[in-house]
Design a protein around this ligand. Structure first.
Ligand code: ARG
Length: 579
């Protein structure tokens, strides 16, 4: 296993710190803010000076003097109040790159203490087509899922289907309204069920009695009414089958397809536990738990509604219990719209009060909305909610415009072009989403997101395809990869950039921020581009240089592919452009 450059220097510092009897917690470097001065810097002396009440420059000089003697180090200087600036020997960097090129994990060790992580993302609902609001949960969730797995955690993803609330009663009531009874339910497909749900929504908005009927039917369904249950099963199955197709297109993977309904039994147990601990009370016929007010108003949590049904909150609380009892979750991560932050705060508090999952870390990662050019949540032209499928189709149409037609390029018939169009469109959509920090919203920009230049998914795919072609050409000319030699600044910059992978993935993992990976992939592709403009491979001045550069190119390709994979994006072998 290759130890990354950064970690290797940290280890060297640690030895020195121990020798000088300094607190090793400060034996850390970071990539230099001043690449003109140094490759890495250590600011530990400043913190140590406070601790020891000594002059930081003095401490820094002692450390620098020791470090100076190391063969990996070209130069060390102490600057400003006590920053240690470190420049590495080219030979040391080159050796590390040779090691990385042979390492499938690119210097990223697996965690020694794997955790059981349950990921809750997706969150689709019965009878509702996935819309643009579901995009981010699936895209971010899938990327974090892949990062967690790469780190070595045991991950279980659960879609947490919305299949148990009042909308169920609304649909059943609407069918009864329309057909007189539920006998025809099993003939309805997803389009019909969605239309019925839309109709039900309109009716219940206008008509209080209709709403009341829907509530009653929901409560009866939850109490096991066989006729309602039979019809509901069909609604659920058709909906699940439909969203599965959508998630397949998005390449979002779920291990479990459980829903709110699966938490029914556990919800009853939660109500019992709350009652036995004297934590719940009955208010206006509903069973609730009051939470302490902090700096903001904290509404009570409803365990049982006045109609005796279970709602969104208690099913989430009960699901925590199940994930602890049945799955042994060490951590549960929710990727849900940040507008639900209060809901999760309440749910986590109740889980804590009732000690339902005492050793489980609960974490809500709230994302911002996908907006239109007006800065408001992205809508269709007539102001309706944008279906995810429509959005994907729009994106594909856009990408198709820049593709050759079927059979214009050898080996690319209709099917191959469509595969490529879809790989590029998904890369464009996902990268546009993931390049932003999760909490901020972003504007869905159909003009720029699929461009081959700029910070886009297709740009990275293109960079990979370009290197694939270099590698093919080298093979055809019998040029093999050789040991890395650093002969100029472009090679050096690229090598140092490549050496950052471990740091990048660790940060993305710790912060749960795929944007760190997206950003790195983009700058790596750019660094490669400058390198390749300045450093020819096939026509390099001598063979060992050509072989070294080929290895650098190979490693860039391998690294970019890993980065895209962690973002849930495919890397086609070849890319095409319309003539
Ligand atoms: N179905 C919910 C909605 O449409 C999202 C579910 C999110 N996950 C959760 N465990 N609450 O708002």
């Amino acid at each position: 296993m290759t130890v990354s450059i950064e970690k290797t220097i940290n280890q060297k510092l640690e030895t020195i710190f121990n020798k000088l009897d300094l607190d090793v917690r400060f034996a850390l470097v970071k990539t230099s803010d001043r690449p003109d001065l140094s490759d890495f810097q250590c600011n530990g002396a400043l913190a140590l000076a406070k601790q020891l009440k000594k002059n930081p420059r003095e401490i820094a000089s002692d450390i620098a003097n020791e470090l100076q003697t190391d063969s990996a180090i070209e130069s060390v200087s102490v600057d400003g109040p006590g920053f240690i600036n470190i420049k590495l020997q080219n030979g040391f960097i080159a050796d590390k790159i040779d090691e990385l090129a042979n390492d499938d994990r690119l210097g990223c060790a697996k965690t020694k203490t794997p955790k059981k992580v349950v990921m809750d993302f997706g969150g689709p609902n019965v009878a509702k087509a996935l819309h643009v609001g579901h995009l981010r949960s699936a895209v971010i969730g899938e990327s974090i899922r892949r990062i967690e797995k790469f780190i070595g955690n045991d991950v279980i993803s659960d879609v947490h289907f919305g299949d148990w609330g009042t909308p169920m009663g609304m649909i059943l009531a609407e069918i009864i309204n329309k057909d007189g009874d539920l006998s025809k339910t099993e003939n309805y497909d997803i389009a019909q069920i969605s239309a019925i749900y839309k109709q039900a929504n309109i009716r219940c908005k206008e008509d209080e009695t209709a709403k009341e009927t829907a509530r009653q039917i929901t409560a009866e369904l939850q109490n096991g009414n066989p006729e309602y249950t039979k019809a509901w099963k069909h609604l659920r199955k058709v909906s699940v089958d439909d969203v599965k197709k959508n998630y397949d297109t998005l390449d979002a993977h779920f291990d479990l397809w459980l829903g709110e309904s699966d938490a029914h039994q556990a919800s009853a147990e939660v109500v019992k536990i709350a009652h036995e601990n004297g934590l719940s009370e009955v208010d206006d016929n509903a069973t609730i738990i009051r939470l302490p007010e902090t700096n903001k108003p904290m509404p009570p949590v409803i365990l049982v509604k006045s109609d005796k049904g279970f709602g969104y909150q208690v099913t989430d609380i009960a699901t925590i219990k199940m994930r602890y009892d049945d799955l042994n979750a060490d951590e549960i991560i929710y990727i849900v719209d940040k507008r639900q932050a209060l809901h999760f705060e309440q749910v986590f508090q109740v889980a804590d009060m009732l000690k339902l999952a005492p050793s489980t870390t609960l974490r809500h990662i709230g994302f911002g909305t996908v907006n239109g050019a007006d800065g408001k949540p992205f809508k269709t032209r007539d102001g309706g909610v944008m279906n995810l499928e429509d959005l994907i189709n729009m994106s594909k149409d856009k990408v198709r415009q820049s593709m050759p037609k079927a059979n214009e390029v050898e080996g690319y018939g209709e099917k191959e072009i469509e595969t490529l169009v879809s790989q590029i469109a998904m890369a464009a959509i996902k990268f546009q989403d993931l390049k932003n920090s999760i909490a901020s919203g972003y504007v869905f920009d159909l003009e720029d997101f699929a461009k081959f230049d700029g910070k886009t998914g297709p740009y990275i795919q293109y960079a990979i395809a370009r290197i694939n072609s270099i590698l093919r050409k080298a093979k055809a000319n019998n040029l093999e990869q050789g040991s890395v030699i650093i002969s100029n600044d472009d090679e050096r910059n690229l090598a140092l950039k490549l050496a950052q992978v471990e740091n990048i993935i660790t940060r993305a993992y710790n912060d749960k921020e795929p944007s760190i990976i997206a950003d790195y992939a983009y700058t790596l592709a750019q660094t490669f581009s400058s390198f390749y403009n300045a450093c020819p491979i096939m026509t390099a001045s001598d063979k060992s240089l050509a072989q070294s550069r080929l290895k650098l190119a190979f490693l860039v390709c391998k690294t970019l592919k890993l980065m895209l994979n962690l973002l849930g994006i495919e890397a086609p072998e070849k890319m095409l452009k319309a003539a």
